[in-house]
Ligand binder design. Structure first.
Ligand code: FES
Length: 125
C-alpha cells in the first residue's frame, strides 16, 4: 500500500524496574535515544508485551495485540499516528489504541507514558 513503510526498530526492549508513583506503578522500558522519530520498539512491562512509538518528541504505548483476532501489531506497518495489522489490515491510532477501520471494532489498550531524564516509563492501564 502506497505510503506505508515496514516498521523498524522492533527489537525487544529492556525490562525495567517498576517504581511506585502515587497509586500507579510505572515501569522503565526504554531510553528516548533508542527510538528514532517515526519508529517504535517492542518492549516488555510487567510481563506484558507493549509497543512504544515515537512521533516527534511524543511517545505513545499500546498493547501488541490486534483486537480483531489477536494479530501481532508490532509486525505491522506504521504511517503517521496509525498502525496497520499485518493479518487483515485493521488500523489503530497509536496515540490511544482506538480501532479506526474494520475488521477491528474494539480498541487495543493504551498506556500512560512519561519521560524523565531520557528514560521512558509506562504505566499499564
Ligand atoms: S488479526 Fe488484526 S486485522 Fe485481523
Amino acid at each position: 500500500m502506497a505510503g506505508l513503510v515496514p516498521a523498524i526498530g522492533s527489537s525487544l526492549g529492556s525490562i525495567g524496574t517498576g517504581i511506585l508513583n502515587m497509586a500507579n506503578e510505572f515501569h522503565q522500558i526504554a531510553k528516548t535515544s533508542e527510538i528514532p522519530d517515526g519508529g517504535f520498539e517492542l518492549c516488555e512491562a510487567d510481563d506484558q508485551l507493549v509497543i512504544l512509538f515515537r512521533v516527534g518528541d511524543e511517545f505513545y504505548c499500546i498493547d501488541d495485540v490486534c483486537t480483531h483476532d489477536g494479530g501481532t501489531l508490532s509486525d505491522g506497518f506504521v504511517q503517521g499516528c496509525e498502525i496497520e495489522c499485518p493479518r487483515h489490515g485493521a488500523r489503530f491510532d497509536i496515540r490511544n489504541g482506538q480501532a479506526l477501520t474494520m475488521p477491528a471494532t474494539q480498541s487495543t489498550r493504551s498506556h500512560q507514558v512519561k519521560v524523565q531524564d531520557g528514560e521512558i516509563w509506562v504505566c499499564l492501564s
